[in-house]
Design a protein around this ligand. Structure first.
Ligand SMILES: [Zn+2]
Length: 381
């Protein structure tokens, strides 16, 4: 998805808000009636408009994904006004919609009922676009995202394999010894965020001040997300170009997010600590990186069983939890081999054998927006 800042006129903004409201209404209506819904019954009544029809089709797809045992998608959930605003237009470019460039920095996308809406041409609109999504974030900014399948990157043909360990200390570690750091906010930005959060806690509900503070917080968070996305794009492209085979741990994110809550019979232990860790993992950009790798290095990703990758010595094979000296240091209790703990795990992953693959990054989250179009285009839905 390449995302561009959309710049609607006030009149167009009113139309876009209307589309969002319609899409949300239809979606929520479908959520409410989901008990009657069965796979294959996607029927959209004839009087519905493009936006509503698409929302309903998307809901049907989200439900189908939810029922699909191979797919870890969450149950479609409610959309809230002001928070999950967006709609999708699908169809052939030049027929149902179109995009054109006005000047070096400005482009226009044709939106039903709103006409040509300007956007910042911050990079080339990729070829092969089949749909776009218009969304409004919590800071009130509009974006348009064009969905295209990223071009698969050909294997370099050097026979090299790499193991990647999703780190807790760093973003990811490679079996080559490289450590990948996910960019976040800078120290001054983090301080500012903390100050704003304290301010928010003190601000009176419904006051103008509170609104301004919330907006500033939303902007900082959006900046962090943008950086992480950018990192995932660049890193996945780099890895797909350098290595023939890319090995990652299978199912790890899902297992960890699952373990936090536990069940009623077996309540999870350390729920709060684990929930914190889970948040960190989901926020680390790892899920996005894994997804992009699968799209760019098609058929070259191997999922390795995560058992003992952090406790096994990559030099002699000895397995001992005590070898994991600390979060960052691995020191083998048998042979004395010492190494960055995440790099040691990445080396075990590089040496591992593939387990049965599961779709996507294995992350389960509640779905309150259109399922990723890429999934349907690549047939992994
Ligand atoms: Zn050893």
């Amino acid at each position: 998805m390449s995302r561009y800042r959309l710049l609607p006129t006030p009149a167009q903004e009113a139309v876009l808000r209307g589309h969002c409201a319609h899409a949300r209404y239809v979606w929520n209506l479908a959520v409410e009636q989901h008990s009657h819904w069965r796979p294959g019954r996607a029927g959209a009544p004839g009087f519905l408009q493009t936006v509503q029809q698409q929302a309903l089709r998307d809901f049907a797809r989200a439900m189908a994904a939810f029922f699909d045992p191979r797919n870890p998608a969450g149950r479609p959930s409610w959309r809230k006004a002001g928070r999950d605003e967006g709609f999708r237009i699908v169809g052939r470019r030049g027929r149902q919609w179109d995009v054109r460039r006005l000047s070096r920095k400005t482009g226009e996308v044709w939106v039903p009922k709103a006409g040509w809406v300007r956007f910042r041409w911050s990079r080339t609109v990729p070829p092969g676009v089949r749909s776009y999504r218009v969304s409004m974030d919590r800071a009130g900014r509009w974006h348009v995202a064009f969905a295209a399948i990223p071009d698969p990157i050909p294997a370099p043909g050097n026979g090299e394999a790499v193991g990647i360990d999703r780190g807790v200390v760093v973003g990811a570690a490679l079996s080559t010894g490289e450590l990948l750091h996910v960019p976040g906010l800078t120290a001054p930005e983090r301080n500012r965020l903390r100050r704003l959060e304290r301010k928010l806690a003190r601000a009176k509900r419904g006051s103008n001040r509170r609104g301004r503070v919330r907006l500033a917080i939303a902007r900082l968070r959006a900046r962090e997300t943008d950086r992480r996305k950018d990192w995932a794009e660049k890193t996945s492209t780099g890895l797909a170009r350098r290595f023939d085979i890319i090995k990652v741990e299978g199912l790890q994110i899902r297992n960890m997010t699952r373990s936090a809550r536990g069940t009623r019979q077996n309540p999870g232990r350390n729920v709060r600590a684990k929930a914190g860790l889970n948040r960190q993992i989901l926020r680390s950009g790892w899920g996005l990186l894994a997804r992009r790798l699968e799209e760019k290095a098609i058929g070259r990703i191997e999922k390795i069983s995560p058992a003992f990758t952090s406790q096994r010595c990559s030099a002699c094979g000895h397995v001992d939890p005590k070898s994991r000296e600390s979060q960052a240091v691995f020191r083998c209790t048998a042979c004395g081999y010492a190494c960055h703990a995440d790099v040691n795990a990445a080396r075990n992953i590089a040496a591992g054998h593939a387990v049965t693959a599961r779709g996507g990054d294995g992350v389960t989250r509640p779905m309150n927006r259109e399922p990723h179009l890429l999934a349907s285009l690549t047939g992994r839905e």
